[in-house]
Design a protein around this ligand. Sequence first.
Ligand code: MG
Length: 194
Amino acid sequence: MVKNKALFLDRDGVINHDKGYTYRIEDFVFIDGIFDLCRAAINAGYIIIVVTNQAGIGRGYYTEADFLHLTKWMCERFEQEGAPITDVFFCPYHPEYGLGDYKKESYDRKPNPGMFLKAKEKWGIAIEDSIMIGDKESDMQAASKAGIGIRCQYIVDGSDRVITSNANSRMYELRKGLLSSCFINNKNSITNCT
Ligand SMILES: [Mg+2]
């Protein structure tokens, strides 16, 4: 059986501008270029998988239903843009600030690799041929522990909370990299790819 290779994406700070605990459609602003990037990845033979920590659920800022409602809308937007997302994995727990049953250590919560390994199992993913794009060190650590071959940290002016137009140009840079396979052959052309 031929295995799938995947482009794994963190959500906040990669797909949408990270405004902190986004859960409403009206607050969800796509980073310009994300659809182009995903179309390019699909054309290059990758499936798209989202892996996102959602401790806002555990903290009681919004519900799992809120998250799923937003996710359904987000996936429909990707579908409309010709870049369908294959699956979305999320972790609602937080070891310190989770309320009730949500207060626990989870192997799924990045920097742990659980979500990647579940995706690998479910979709038959060749993990070493796969790519992870995240904006935090914990994304890179989780991807590394899972054995993801290509890990890119998407940095917006050194802080994922700072929103600048630079986010958009960086996304195009990543897409260019993906198109020319320099993710694999010329990693130096993209900052923080390992
Ligand atoms: Mg993030």
